[in-house]
Design a protein around this ligand. Sequence first.
Ligand code: AMP
Ligand code: GLY
Length: 426
Amino acid sequence: MNILILGGGGREHAFAWKIAQSPHCDTLFVAPGNAGTAGIATNVPVSATDFDALSRLVLEKNIHLVLVGPEEPLVRGVRDYFSARPDLEHVLMVGPDAAGARLEGSKDWSKAFMRDNHIPTAKSATFTADGLEAGLNYLGSQPLPVVLKADGLAAGKGVVIAESRGEAEKTLRNMLNGQFGEASRKVVVEEFLEGIELSVFVLTDGTGYVILPEAKDYKRIGEGDTGPNTGGMGAVSPVPFADDSFLKKVEDRVVKPTVAGLQKAGIRYVGFLFIGLMNVNGEPYVIEYNARMGDPETEVVMPRLQSDFVLLLKAAAEGKLAGTQLETDPRTAATVMLVSGGYPGPYEKGIPVTGLDDLKDVISFHAGTKTGPGGVFTDGGRVLALTGMGDTISQAVEKAMAAADKVQFGKKYFRRDIGSDLEVYV
Ligand code: AMP
Ligand code: GLY
């Protein structure tokens, strides 16, 4: 079949890499894609949120299946748009509708969902601008640190862990005053959970599901988990502290009630569920849901997936996932993100990238890149994800690091400590 991937980052290149290996994929398109997807698929210069243009593309290229990468088209209702068009009814889509994407698009909605379905999560309360006084009083009653979250999508910047009362009060005022526009007109104030994070990924057709390999990502820009949050600077899969008994708790206490809760809410959720978890003394608590796969987590999950990805996507879109068994590579995958100097703040674009052709023993996934005269150029903050595989975390990381040293572009930066915190659990 002909397949279209929406998006243009490392996650979408990893999807494309896996899909291109399947005998069930005829022609693969990516909208808009990057320099990496250009090598294995046809890039189409259409934005993932331009639904009219996407629908024309789907009809013109006879596309059978659309895989939605990022959250924005989902939250804006790409699935709803396609379902409402009789001429697009036959098109299979992997990605939930806008109602399902509220799990990611509204933290308040997702907290209420977890409460209603008895899914373990941090205690919280939600405030709006007219409840500022109540919010300030509530903050006064909470232990420190305390976590404040803008309700809506805020490009990964809407979470503040306040260490002092002053900072907490100031953050609440700023957010409710519209610091993140509409996204922070509601603020969730949440108990701080002490533990170690990991993410579990589920592909569901609304009733049946498969659990994909779990991963841990490294969100902060600096080594030793310091400095501002980023989209993710690296990832490792599997996660050694996520043993069978922990993953069983995740499935029983989180995955099953989440899938059942969505059904109860009248949502037919077809797509990926990214469950961000805190392991608190061996007990899983949900930190957040995303309605999509993670980036750079996909860059370690896809290389470990041995099952045919196209058949999985098709089964999900057709409601036939129940009973599916996944085949996974037991080895460890580790990815390191090369980023533009300055990221997650301002950075330059359009810098030539060299050394890509000499890479050995690593899979290079492009993120913010574009093809230009004579080669590849940087086109974003996160530029390339380099994934190594090995029998141990250190073997996998060493391969990724060796490649990270070889690739060159002006002001390249990456973290050398990916996976090092996991060695104590091995
Ligand atoms: P979120 O956007 O909800 O994933 O939050 C971003 C990051 O903030 C998470 O990945 C955690 O590192 C941290 N965080 C969020 N909520 C909590 C919490 N309740 N306790 C501790 N850390 C948290
Ligand atoms: N790496 C975290 C995310 O994709 O949200």
